[in-house]
Write a protein that binds this ligand. Structure first.
Ligand code: ZN
Length: 367
């Protein structure tokens, strides 16, 4: 994780004191808790977009995903397949959409990192229109592809090499990932996952990560595979954020059938965001929310069974993504020639993640 300066630590402490979710976690403000263990909680959203709309969050206050320490990262995402499974079976949902927003421009509304988990069913009102095409032209994507591949591939290779669970050696693309789904611009591939530029991008730099192990259902992924995919997603989000000088990023996971995912495929979208991009990608509250107490009772029956389980992710699965920079320095063969992005006048100078957090904190405080 990114180290914090003393000034930022002080700022965070101040933010924590005012944080609604820290007070909910401490029990000072009532909320409908559907799941709770030593490190995370899931509460029902008071303005649900769908039946059983949950907010998953670490108990510790962290403003954005890059600041989540590796052990908490592994716990949260290692638990995710089971939580999805419990939510789906208790509500008889056919699919799920999980939305993570990093930064105000990406729709982050709380200074406490949280994920929206939306159980999905046919005919619900949570269509995020992830498949709709945008104004991003093919030339734009082509030049971006070459530059992102150069930056992202070595980072993901290092992640793979530090993860025991991901065997090296010959990579064969999974049969279920044929053709249209992945398009022609595959930026990275290993035995567990494949990263491609979205064939129908919503914004420049829109990437999609597919599992090579599971075509559709997130609940079938092992905790290790889930954590690995999310480490990739976090690294990919930081990489596009830096290379495009974006103002935020969304990570959106889809799995199982819904109106906006008729084939029910499992994919993880990485979408760079800018304040003025008008992409939305926010779940809209239902006009007539259902009886929340009844939903809570249904969810609790299943969730209670997984709360006491021990973590299966071991020490070796904990990847500190920020050590990648050190590793990158060691292996850097020299200054690469100017990329097409740079030639086109788009700076590739990485933005200091510290600025991102300051900006995020600043914007949240202004609200
Ligand atoms: Zn908090």
């Amino acid at each position: 994780m990114t180290p914090l300066s003393p000034e930022m630590k002080a700022q965070l402490e101040e933010q924590k004191k005012q944080c609604l979710f820290c007070r909910i976690i401490a029990g000072e403000i009532p909320a409908k808790k559907a799941y709770e263990d030593s490190r995370m909680v899931a509460i029902l959203d008071i303005n649900p977009a769908v039946r059983g709309h949950l907010l998953l969050m670490p108990k510790e206050h962290h403003p954005i995903l890059p600041y989540l320490p590796p052990d908490e990262f592994a716990h949260l995402f290692g638990r995710l397949p089971q939580i999805v499974s419990a939510a789906k079976s208790s509500l008889a949902a056919s699919g799920v959409t999980i939305i993570i927003a990093n930064g105000y421009a990406a729709g982050q509304q709380s200074p406490h990192l949280l994920f929206h988990l939306l159980p999905r069913e046919q005919g619900d009102q949570a269509d995020l229109a992830l498949n709709s095409s945008s104004s991003v032209g093919p030339t734009d994507q082509g030049s971006f592809f070459r530059s992102i591949k150069k930056t992202l591939s070595p980072r993901l290779e290092r992640l793979r090499d530090r993860t025991d669970a991901t065997p090296k050696g010959e990579v064969k693309t999974a049969g279920f990932l044929a053709g249209k789904k992945i398009g022609k611009m595959v930026a990275y591939e290993d035995r567990k996952a494949l990263v491609t530029l979205a064939p129908h991008p919503l914004a420049k730099g829109h990437l999609i990560i597919f599992s090579q192990e599971e075509p559709a259902l997130i609940e079938r992924l092992s905790p290790e595979s889930m954590v690995y995919l999310m480490n990739m997603a976090s690294l990919a989000a930081t990489t596009v954020f830096e290379s495009l000088q974006a103002q935020g990023t969304n990570i959106i996971i889809r799995s199982g059938k819904s109106d906006d995912n008729p084939e029910g495929i499992l994919d993880i979208h990485i979408i760079p965001r800018w304040t003025e991009d008008s992409l939305g990608l926010q779940p809209r509250p239902m006009e007539q929310p259902p009886d929340q107490d009844q939903i809570l009772d249904q969810l609790r029956e299943e969730m209670i069974l997984i709360e006491q389980e021990k973590d299966v992710c071991q020490e070796k699965d904990l990847i500190d993504l920020d050590n990648r920079e050190e590793a990158a320095k060691e292996e850097d063969p020299g200054t690469p020639e100017a990329s097409l992005e740079q030639k086109a006048g788009i700076p590739l100078i990485p933005k200091d993640p510290a600025d991102e957090i300051k900006e995020a904190i600043g914007k949240i405080q202004k609200r």
